[in-house]
Design a binder for this molecule. Structure first.
Ligand code: SAM
Length: 218
């Protein structure tokens, strides 16, 4: 039955780690064609274009969801998120707020995937965790032979606090830690250290940390 109701879509696009060179062509086209664009300030600065209506994602997530709800009456809404939408992004909140059949997802390269690639390290056996605004369960932090952790961090949970936490969970001082920040950007930095050294060093956050139980693995 024809209802006459136009159902616009939310297209959530993963923009990868940051450098537009790592954006999928499909994602680029959707962003270029967007008339309503939602994203972090940096993403909007990198990808905005003339004639587009914008909403910046900040701390007020319910304000962003209200903007999207109103904007859908007019047109499709393209939401840019860092990395891949399936790994800790606005996708969770969008699924809780809007019908799933109104949501389309275009994948992107996750910062975790990118960090493993930079280290030429297979990640099929890695345990992926997020310390970004959340705390993994204690049970997820255990050490096992050949264990490998890939972690998102924020300002509070950083290389120093995470090293101390892992050491208290049975990890070894000599276990290797890679602290990866600004991945894909010109100021990208990857610091190789050990848990023992990192726990006494300045904490570095807002990046990806990879920890390997066996230094021979890399
Ligand atoms: C809200 S989470 C988003 C994760 C994203 N969906 C992904 O797949 O990478 C934000 C966290 O992603 C990580 N991150 C995103 N971009 C990064 C980059 N270019 N370099 C290092 N870490 C990055 C940091 O841990 C940051 O705190």
């Amino acid at each position: 039955m024809e209802t006459g109701i136009v159902s616009h879509k939310i297209i959530i696009v993963g923009i990868g780690p940051g450098d537009p060179a790592y954006l999928l062509p499909k994602a680029r086209k959707i962003i270029e064609d967007a008339r309503i664009l939602v994203g972090g300030k940096r993403a909007l600065a990198d990808h905005s274009h003339s004639g587009v209506r914008e909403c910046a994602i900040g701390a007020d997530i319910s304000g962003v969801l209200d903007f999207i709800r109103d904007a859908l009456a007019e047109d499709d809404v393209v939401v840019m998120v860092s990395g891949d939408p399936g790994y800790y992004s606005l996708l969770d909140a969008l699924r809780r707020t809007f019908p799933v059949d109104q949501i389309g997802v275009v994948p992107g390269i996750s910062s975790l995937q990118f960090a493993f690639a930079r280290l030429a390290l297979p990640w099929h056996s890695a345990r992926l965790l997020s310390f970004h605004g959340r705390e993994p369960l204690e049970a997820e932090l255990f050490r096992a032979p050949d264990a490998m952790l890939g972690m998102l961090t924020d300002g509070r949970n950083n290389s120093q606090t995470i090293a101390a936490r892992l050491l208290s969970r049975g990890w070894h001082e000599k276990d290797r830690m890679y602290v990866c920040t600004h991945l894909s950007y010109k100021d990208e930095e990857i610091i190789e250290t050990t848990l023992g050294a990192a726990k006494d060093d300045v904490g570095i956050g807002h990046g990806v940390i990879i920890v390997c139980a066996h230094e021979e693995n890399v």
